[in-house]
Design a protein around this ligand. Sequence first.
Ligand SMILES: [Fe+2]
Length: 370
Amino acid sequence: MSDAVNGSKSRANRRSFIKKGLTVAGTATASAFAKNREEDSGRLNRGDAAILRFLAAAEIIESDLWIQYNELGGIQDSEVPGGSGSAPYIAALKNLDGDMDQYIHDNTEDEISHFTFINAYLASKGAETVDLDRFRTLQGSRATGAALTGRLTNLMQLTVDTSWYTRYRSRANNPDLDPAFVFPQAIPGLAKGQHPAIPRTDADLSPDAHIQAIANTAAFHFGFIEQGGTSLYPSLAQRVSDLEVLRILLAIGPTETAHFQTWHDKAGNAVNDPLAPLTDPNDHTLVFPNLNITPGGEDFQTNLIMPEPCPFLSRKFPVCSIIRPTATQGAAMGALNAFAQDGLFIGQSREFRELLRDLAEDADEAKREN
Ligand SMILES: [Fe+2]
């Protein structure tokens, strides 16, 4: 359905890409993947290494998009260098919360720390690490404040799935139990077409309603990205073998949830005026209503930012407030396809998509060993 990460090449051929995409750290050999950890202590088994490598790749992708947000809308400092900020974009973001620039900065720093840690951990175990630097080829924003450097991800033609908003409010449905159920979009205009989440050039800085629509798009995109990480870690943790690797997933995953919870709250502030929905004057299909009124009701109420209890595992149990989905089968490929359908990889090479597909397949093949 998307410009997906589908390749026609055989898996064996894709292997040739992975070798180019990964840097060998330490002295990884076939024995590094020996299944018997008693005989090969200190090494990761193949599945754990594959899960960590996919997570490193996902975190590198997240870091790339967050760095673009921080250059224009965050705080540029020694912790998150790059860019010099866009005052009109920051002002529009601050209409959602006066601390948006700080939150953007902190989310960016967190993602950088995630991929840096996971790669360092892989290297410490003699396993291959992930380096996507040669794919930093996309043209980013040319608005004042953006760094002029190659990007991995596109933030200027996004199709943002905003169904996470109602999925977390639903008391009746869980995507793991009801895979065919369609959770309504919070902002239907964002879920079709292609929209900028950062100013593309200084021409996007006015009129006010246009840069506000871009900031609002970013706010819903922040929630989309971070709810993805919120599901990905518990989904993959179920197939980890080593307790220390499990600890890594259990410790990083909830920070994604902390991000998500924050963005979920801010997205609800996109329009505070009960009488005036915000319509992008440059794209009349993009409308941000006051969700408390249009459509209104519990599925849209903006302060219902904590997960509603929903069915979990089986409807024979009482409803439970949980992260959703957390099904483990195909979780890595699901996350990758969500990135692709979001438009993040528009303009990226086939080689990039095939490398990521291979990393996701390897992660999804991982099996827990007792
Ligand atoms: Fe992360």
